[in-house]
Ligand binder design. Structure first.
Ligand code: PMP
Length: 285
């Protein structure tokens, strides 16, 4: 099936949507992106995704050549053009084409691309039985080197960790920061439950501040739970009552073993299931 893609100023068939081989997005991973999801024709937290895209762009001194409203409009238009009520949207802004050198000031025309597609979901079984994950030896990039809060086109740090997870037969892998503290998984944020309270690493642990993460923190507070950002180490995970991951694609997914150790009862916990249910209600509200 041929898709309709939005590029810069208009919708076009996917075959016409091309970027230059001189685009620094391709040559250096110089650019930013977002992954969004629509439920029943409505994009979940569109504004938050657009704001995060702008924040990422600002952090790398990339000026997006469209307004926030125009990009939001492009996201909705692309979903509609592909007749996707429940879909996944990839929003990309590249640095644009330039010379074969790093200098971003010698590039022009950042490319704004919106791709909408059906979403590929984890099998149902993972949600019912829980995921097994392992800790990757690859550390999360230090903020002093490159802030993990930038959702940039350079995802090699996460890809290296993902490869380690796959090698161990796991679809996700845990990443620690350079201090050995828990940061996040390769494409998802992590939470634990301990004594009824919800804990998740703070922004400065080396995470992408997930939009699903923030929604789950709000849901927990609304449900009367204690929900806090806290520095976590693997000891906290191994001895937790429950563990789960959050992300746009994964939503809320239970984790039942980490590095071969059972977490809590070794089955998805009640608080995880409650938050998962509340999240499903929220996205369709
Ligand atoms: N961490 C990383 C590294 C990610 O790539 C993602 C997915 N965008 C997340 C966390 C989860 O963020 P969100 O809930 O906004 O999808």
């Amino acid at each position: 099936m041929s898709r309709i893609v939005f590029m810069n100023d208009r919708l076009m068939p996917e075959d016409e949507a091309r970027v230059s081989v001189f685009d620094h997005g391709l040559l250096y991973g110089d650019g930013v992106f977002e992954g969004l999801r629509s439920y029943a024709g409505r994009v979940f937290r569109l504004e938050a995704h657009i704001d995060r895209l702008w924040e990422s762009a600002r952090a790398i001194c990339l000026e997006i050549p469209l307004s926030k409203a125009a990009v939001a409009d492009a996201v909705n238009q692309t979903l509609a053009a592909n007749q996707l009520a429940d879909g996944y949207v990839r929003l990309v802004v590249t640095r644009g084409a330039g010379s074969l050198g790093l200098d971003p000031t010698r590039t022009k025309n950042p490319q704004v691309i919106v791709i909408a597609d059906t979403i590929s979901l984890y099998p149902r079984e993972y949600y019912e039985k829980g995921l097994r994950i392992v800790t990757a030896a690859t550390q999360r990039t230090q903020s002093a080197a490159l802030s993990p809060r930038i959702k940039s086109l350079n995802y090699l740090n996460n890809i290296m960790a993902k490869l380690e997870g796959l090698e161990a037969g796991c679809v996700e892998a845990l990443m620690l920061n350079h201090k050995g503290e828990v940061a996040e998984c390769t494409g998802d944020n992590i939470f634990i439950v301990r004594g009824g309270a919800l804990l998740t690493p703070p922004r400065d642990a080396g995470i992408l501040e997930g939009i699903t993460r923030n929604a789950v923190l709000e849901l927990a507070v609304q449900a009367g739970m204690i929900a806090v950002e806290a520095t976590l180490v693997r000891h906290d995970l191994y001895t937790a009552d429950e563990c789960f991951l959050t992300g746009t694609a994964a939503e809320v997914i239970p984790v039942v073993t980490i590095d071969g150790r059972c977490i809590g009862s070794g089955t998805p916990g009640p608080i995880t299931m409650r938050l998962s249910k509340d999240f499903h209600t929220l996205v369709r509200a």
